[in-house]
Design a protein around this ligand. Structure first.
Ligand code: HEM
Length: 141
């Protein structure tokens, strides 16, 4: 459960990140694929060479979904419902992988937002990404 203060921090971080979100999404997805190479098994149909247009395009989609959830935190579960079904029933992504993407997103936010990404903002965004991951994983059960 996110507190009002955490929600305010998440919203403020997202406002700062949003103008550059496509680049952030690209960097986060690319980072996940490099740091956690086992995640590449889900993207065999894409060009996974460094800097590829496929990684850029998909990273933009992923961060857009995260942004939509951040803009309407109280309704996250319904905002993400279709994606939850997609990842559980169609893609069958092992839930362990969500933490790899979350970690990569946090690192990229830290590198772009620098001192704006305070420890408190980091903690709040980490909690938010864990909530996103929980929603995307809940239909596996
Ligand atoms: C597709 C979001 C985590 C694997 C997608 C799409 C979005 C998305 C928006 C596109 C859906 C569409 O085109 O209708 C997210 C979010 C995540 C997440 C918000 C967590 C915060 C992951 C993880 C993996 C993964 C951890 C695997 C390591 C895939 C795959 C596709 C996909 C394989 C289909 C790609 C394609 O063929 O176009 N995801 N995703 N996702 N996701 Fe995720």
């Amino acid at each position: 459960m996110l507190s009002a203060a955490e929600k305010a921090l998440i919203s403020s971080i997202w406002q700062k990140a949003a103008p550059n979100s496509e680049q952030l999404g690209f960097e986060a997805l690319q980072r996940m694929l490099i740091v956690f190479p086992q995640t590449k098994t889900y993207f065999k149909h894409m060009d996974l060479s460094k800097g590829s247009a496929d990684i850029r395009k998909h990273g933009a989609k992923v961060i857009q979904a995260i942004g939509e959830a951040a803009l309407d935190i109280d309704n996250m579960a319904s905002t993400l419902s279709n994606l939850s079904s997609l990842h559980a029933y169609n893609l069958r992504v092992d839930p362990v992988n969500f933490s790899f993407l979350s970690h990569s997103v946090l690192v990229v936010l830290a590198s772009h937002l620098s001192e704006d990404f305070t420890p408190e903002a980091h903690a709040a965004f980490d909690k938010f990404l864990a909530a996103v991951a929980a929603i995307l994983s809940e239909k596996y059960r």
